[in-house]
Design a protein around this ligand. Structure first.
Ligand code: ZN
Length: 272
């Protein structure tokens, strides 16, 4: 958690008259007349889909963003060639970690018939790649979480384990009743969008309730192949979608070497 000002100033050593020293604990330092309440800067990532070069590029970018925590909305595996490495890295770096439909599919909790041919092939391949310990970790993940004054879900806060797609305003409107915070972050469609309870699209104000889709780290589908993630400041309620270029060719090559369907490599270069 950060405070406005420099958290490292929170403790200072003070000299005493007799030559001794003691540590004085200071209140958070405020340099300006600004709201001095504790604020959280969240980085929200989703739908990594076994794309390690994309995940590493995003995590590197987050390091420079001033984010205090990273939350992951699920689908860490599926489609991509590095599922085990991605689960390990997400376990190390993320605070909230949710279960997505591909994570659930890998554990055979969601029937494989629910996936398209490419998804199913990748899940069957990934099942052999993900270590037992990481599979056990995925099994215990929740479908939703409420933290830092926000709600988090992979697909929808409404019936989160039925993997509803929020692709229409109507689907979004139905979902607002399923959470109580002002903001709910989702993934699943791989298409970034901000939907207001008032029916607005991509117009976020300082008041109001919103469902925010942060897009996909590992398989963007909005015709922009760069990895996507979201940054949100709980105090100012400012949201920013961030796009990060990464070594797409490296992931495409690894998909081919793994014997996964060629379309899964091709689509990454187009962002579809
Ligand atoms: Zn996904």
């Amino acid at each position: 958690m950060s405070v406005i000002g420099n958290a490292r100033n929170a403790i200072r050593t003070v000299k005493m008259g007799n030559g001794g020293r003691f540590k004085e604990y200071l209140l958070p330092f405020c340099s300006e007349v600004v709201n001095c309440g504790l604020t959280m800067r969240l980085a929200i990532i989703s739908d990594i889909h076994g794309n390690l070069p994309a995940l590493e590029a995003v995590l590197k970018n987050i390091e420079t963003s001033g984010a205090d925590v990273i939350h992951c909305l699920g689908d860490t595996v599926g489609y991509g060639p590095y599922p085990d490495e991605c689960v390990t890295l997400v376990r190390e770096r993320c605070t909230v970690i949710l279960k997505g439909n591909h994570d659930s599919g890998l554990l055979l909790e969601t029937p494989l018939e629910d996936f398209n041919m490419y998804g199913m092939k990748a899940i069957l391949w990934s099942r052999k790649e993900v270590a037992a310990g990481n599979q056990a970790f995925l099994r215990d993940l929740p479908f939703t979480a409420a933290q830092d004054e926000c709600t988090f879900a992979h697909a929808s806060p409404l019936q989160p384990d039925s993997w509803r797609y929020i692709l229409t305003l109507r689907a979004a409107q139905e979902s607002f009743s399923a959470f109580t915070t002002d903001v709910c972050f989702i993934g699943h469609t791989h298409v970034p969008v901000i939907i207001g309870e008032d029916g607005s699209i991509n117009r976020m104000k300082s008041k109001g309730r919103y469902i925010i889709n942060v897009g996909s780290v590992g398989q963007p589908r909005d015709h922009n192949p760069d990895a996507a993630y979201g940054l949100y400041d709980t105090e100012s309620r400012m949201y920013q979608l961030v796009r990060v270029p990464y070594d797409i060719q490296k992931t495409m090559q690894a998909i081919r070497e793994a014997g996964l369907p060629e379309f899964l490599a091709h689509r990454l270069s187009l962002g579809i």
